[in-house]
Design a protein around this ligand. Structure first.
Ligand SMILES: [Zn+2]
Length: 91
């Protein structure tokens, strides 16, 4: 058994695993880009492509604007369907 001083350090962090919690950001020659977690596309990380987080944390929403609109619409439809169903039951 050879005790190599160049043994790989297991604590360095497995590649990919830690990126799940990290913001999906990358630097390009044009500036920072952000990964939309819905369409999996990289967009410039600014408010033109990402709406600011509703909580006012100064961060950008994790969906791009196009996906956010679709997502909000689907949420609204879901809510409306639930309301309609409840009203039907109540009537
Ligand atoms: Zn998107």
């Amino acid at each position: 058994m050879t005790n190599s001083p160049m043994a790989p350090t297991e604590t360095a962090g497995p590649s990919g695993e830690s990126s799940r919690l990290a913001p999906k950001l990358r630097m390009t020659e044009y500036g920072p880009e952000k990964l939309c977690t819905r369409c999996n596309e990289w967009w410039p990380a600014d408010e033109e492509f990402f709406a600011p987080d509703a909580q006012g944390s100064g961060q950008l929403f994790h969906y791009c604007r196009a996906c956010r609109v679709e997502w909000q619409r689907s949420q609204r439809d879901k809510k409306r369907a639930a309301t309609a169903g409840a009203m039907e039951k109540a009537a």
